[in-house]
Write a protein that binds this ligand. Structure first.
Ligand code: RIB
Length: 308
């Protein structure tokens, strides 16, 4: 049976990653341990997460005509992502300056470059891909008006639309009803709700009240909280793994969640599959390089089941 692809509308970055014992405080200079240049970007990471799980995926985005553009494109192709929806624009590709501390935590500064040229017109030109998708995934490293337009096209075509509202940014009121799922982490949820509500239940209810179909609160090492209504709400427990690098873990989660939903898993089960996908990814360095294969995810789920 032919499977409708996941279509990601999102960013493509080159990640410039310094590993250091700590994340420096303002004004502090640290000597780092290691430096790598590795493909990233929330959109590209989510697309690679889906591809690594063996599901068809297309990415709509932009790279620059600089030293990174072709490398980023070739890397996506090598990972199995359909890149026909990716254009080139003059100027630099997106970059992210990342510091990863010894405990696996990180800070990131993104300079959008070519990602800022993923305009609503680009999405219009690729609207056929969105209409033919099994699901559309978006994040907020491309312009907000583009995300809104993509969500409208998806809604009109009856295609589920999943928004990872990261990095947090003021969303247009009109977008909420277009969201089948929203998947904020703790700080993003606090941003969108202006700090109203601390308990996951209360947070999820506020998002649902805005008209979204479902909420997944990504809580890292605490697992995730998923809610589609007051009754359909529950915690999804975390997996215990040794984290060496959490960059891209949220993207791994969203890729895994999309694949599991499209394969017919019910929402909480899909979130558990997503949590396992993210857990595998944090055990390795890098964003796209760390994405989990299907076998690895299933092995982790099996091991957790056998422990009861
Ligand atoms: O979510 C992780 C990603 O955020 C990194 O790969 C970086 O490029 C930034 O976009």
């Amino acid at each position: 049976m032919s499977r409708k692809p996941v279509v990601v509308v999102g960013s493509i970055n080159m990640d410039l990653v310094a590993h250091a014992s700590l994340i420096p405080r303002p004004g502090q200079t640290l000597i780092g341990d290691d430096f790598t240049t590795t493909p990233g970007g929330k959109g590209a990471n989510q697309a690679v997460a889906v591809a690594r799980l063996g599901y068809p995926v297309e990415l709509i985005g932009m790279v620059g005509e600089d030293v990174f553009g072709d490398t980023l494109l070739r890397h996506l192709q090598a990972k199995g992502v359909n890149t026909d929806g990716i254009g080139h624009v003059s100027g630099p590709s997106g970059v992210a300056l990342i510091v990863v501390a010894a405990d696996g935590n990180n800070t990131i500064v993104v300079v959008p470059g070519a990602n800022s040229k993923v305009t609503p017109a680009v999405v219009e030109a690729q609207a056929g891909r969105i209409r033919d998708a099994g699901m559309v995934l978006c994040q907020l490293e491309v312009p907000l008006e583009t995300v809104l337009r993509a969500s409208e096209i998806a809604r009109e075509a009856g295609v589920p639309f999943v928004l990872d509202p990261a990095p947090a940014a003021g969303l247009p009121e009109a977008i909420w009803k277009n969201l089948s799922w929203i998947t904020p982490n703790e700080s993003e949820a606090a941003y969108y709700l202006q700090g109203n509500g601390h308990e996951p239940d209360a947070i999820a209810r506020q998002f649902l009240g805005r008209g979204v179909g479902g909420v997944v609160l990504k809580r890292g090492s605490e697992g995730a909280f998923i809610a589609q209504s007051k009754e359909l709400a529950r915690w999804v427990p975390p997996f215990s793994v040794k984290a060496v690098d959490t960059v891209g873990a949220g993207d791994a989660f969203n890729g895994g969640f999309a694949v599991a939903l499209l394969e017919g898993q019910e929402a909480a089960e899909a979130a558990r599959f997503a949590a396992a996908t993210a857990a595998v990814s944090v055990t390795r360095a890098g964003a796209q390089e760390a994405m989990a294969t299907r076998d690895e995810v299933e092995e982790l789920l099996r091991a957790a089941r056998s422990k009861g």
